[in-house]
Design a protein around this ligand. Structure first.
Ligand SMILES: Nc1ncnc2c1ncn2[C@@H]1O[C@H](COP(=O)(O)OP(=O)(O)OP(=O)(O)O)[C@@H](O)[C@H]1O
Ligand SMILES: [Mg+2]
Length: 258
C-alpha cells in the first residue's frame, strides 16, 4: 500500500452467476495522467467501469477515492465525487440539441439558477448565460463548433462520440472513464484524441481509458494495466507491457506484429 494512491481497488470482485467478471482485483493509482486498461473481449474492463461509476454493485471488495470508501455509491453520488464516464455503446440524448446534451450534465451547478432563469430573474438569467458560455467553450474544445443547436442524433457517429465526451467533461470530473472512445471512428476522426487527452490531463483530470486500439492506448497512456479473465495480467509503463511475453501470448501478439 502506498500513501500516494488516489484511486484504490481492493479485492474488487463482480460475479454474474458462475462467471467472475472481475476477480479479486487490486489496483492503486495516483492522481493524474492516463491509465490504459486493456484486455481481450470479456476480460472485465466494462464491469470495472460499471462498478467505478456506481452502475452496478461489487459482489465484494472495496473502491477508495481520495482516501474515502466510495464502494456502492449510486451513479449520481459517484458523479458528485468527481467520477464521470462515457459508454461502450454510445449513450447520448439524440433528440436534444448538442448543447443541451452538455447542459444536462451541468444541472447541479444551476439549481435555483434554472428556476430563476425560468422566472426571468436577473440572477437566473446570468447563471443560465454562464452555463451556456461554459458549454460552448467545451463544445469548441471537442471539435463541435457551429453544431451547438443541431439535434445530436443528426450528427455523424464520430461527432456523436465527441458529444458524449463533452458531456462527460461537463461535470468537471476528477476521474474520467472512457470506454472505447474510438470505436467506430476512422483514423482521421481519431487524430485529435491524443490532443484531447493532453488537454484533459493538463487540467488535472485522471483518465481511465479502455480502448481496443492498442497503438493509441500505448501512445497516450502513462501506465497500462492488462486484464484477463477479471484478473491483472500485467501492469507497467506502455513499453514494458507491450514487450511482456505473457501479454503478447494472451492478447497483443497479432495486433502489435501487424
Ligand atoms: N450484466 C451482466 N450479466 C451477466 N454477465 C455479464 C454482465 N456484464 C458482463 N458480463 C460478463 O462478464 C464478463 C466481463 O464482461 P465485460 O463487459 O466487463 O468485458 P469487457 O472487458 O468490457 O469486454 P469487451 O472488450 O468485449 O467490451 C463477460 O464474461 C461478460 O459476459
Ligand atoms: Mg467492454
Amino acid at each position: 500500500m502506498t500513501d500516494s494512491a488516489w484511486l484504490r481497488l481492493v479485492g474488487l470482485t463482480k460475479r454474474f452467476g458462475g462467471v467472475s467478471a472481475v476477480d479479486d482485483l487490486d489496483l492503486e493509482h495516483r492522481a493524474g495522467g492516463v491509465l490504459g486498461l486493456i484486455g481481450p473481449n470479456g476480460a472485465g474492463k466494462t464491469t470495472v467501469f460499471n462498478m467505478l461509476s456506481g452502475a452496478i454493485l461489487p459482489t465484494s471488495g472495496r473502491i477508495e477515492l481520495d482516501g474515502h470508501d466510495v464502494t456502492g455509491l449510486r451513479p449520481d453520488q459517484m458523479n458528485g465525487r468527481g467520477v464521470s464516464r462515457t459508454f461502450q455503446n454510445l449513450e447520448i440524448f439524440g433528440s436534444l440539441s448538442v448543447i443541451d446534451n452538455v447542459l444536462v450534465a451541468r444541472e447541479r451547478y444551476v439549481r435555483g439558477g434554472a428556476l430563476g432563469a425560468m422566472l426571468g430573474l436577473p440572477s437566473g438569467r446570468r447563471a443560465a448565460r454562464e452555463q451556456e458560455a461554459f458549454a460552448r467553450e467545451l463544445l469548441a474544445r471537442n471539435g463541435l463548433v457551429g453544431l451547438a443547436d443541431e439535434p445530436a442524433a443528426s450528427l455523424p457517429y464520430g461527432l456523436q462520440r465527441r458529444v458524449e465526451v463533452a458531456r462527460a467533461l461537463a461535470s468537471q470530473p476528477r476521474l474520467l472513464l472512457l470506454d472505447e472512445p474510438l470505436a467506430g471512428l476512422s483514423r482521421a476522426e481519431s487524430t485529435s484524441f491524443a490532443t484531447l487527452m493532453d488537454q484533459v490531463t493538463d487540467e488535472g483530470v485522471t483518465v481511465l481509458l479502455v480502448e481496443h486500439d492498442v497503438t493509441t492506448v500505448m501512445s497516450v497512456s502513462d501506465r497500462v494495466v492488462v486484464l484477463d479473465h477479471g484478473s491483472l495480467l500485467a501492469d507497467g509503463p506502455p513499453d514494458a507491457v507491450a514487450a511482456d511475453p505473457r501479454v503478447r501470448a494472451a492478447y497483443l501478439g497479432e495486433e502489435l506484429d501487424a
